[in-house]
Design a binder for this molecule. Structure first.
Ligand code: FES
Ligand code: FES
Length: 149
């Protein structure tokens, strides 16, 4: 069954007609043309598709777009001038970049959650975001710097 869905993405209302089973991930990429959010496993296991929904991080492959009607979604396109994004670049916190948008969105959320008290805490609360390239050490360094530690 198809229906119109409107989601506020990075502050802009975005509307499309889509199947009610369309995930938020597919809606962002295919309907709204925002391909920064990456599809890894499509099963909730890798964190590549992490976005913020009303300020809280979710894996967008496990959220239906219709559940986001009139709610606020923030994607990596919405944080291009965020200190976390700068820090990832300065610390070489990525290699192939497949996991990077999800890592950045989790890191942005982590700062708001106050989960940056130690490297161990950062690792624990970033553990839902997998990196095949093993860029973990530099990701932690980037987050540590933005957290002011
Ligand atoms: S693509 Fe969503 S968690 Fe892997
Ligand atoms: S930078 Fe390649 S998967 Fe993380």
């Amino acid at each position: 069954m198809e229906r119109d869905v409107t989601v506020r993405v990075n502050g802009e209302p975005m509307k499309s007609t889509m199947d009610t089973e369309t995930t938020l991930l597919d809606a962002l990429r295919d309907d709204f043309g925002l391909t920064g959010t990456k599809k890894g496993c499509d099963q909730g296991a890798c964190g590549a598709c992490t976005v913020l929904l009303d300020g809280r991080r979710v894996v967008s492959c496990l959220v239906l777009a219709v559940q986001c009607e009139d709610r606020d979604v923030t994607t990596v396109e919405g944080v291009t001038d965020h200190p976390v994004t700068d820090a990832f670049v300065r610390h070489d916190a990525f290699q192939c970049g497949a996991c990077t948008p999800g890592q950045i969105m989790s890191a942005v959320a982590l700062l708001g959650e106050g989960r940056t008290g130690s490297d161990a805490e950062i690792r624990e609360f970033m553990s839902g975001n997998l990196c095949r390239c093993g860029a973990y050490a530099n990701i932690v360094a980037a987050i540590r710097e933005v957290a002011g530690r």
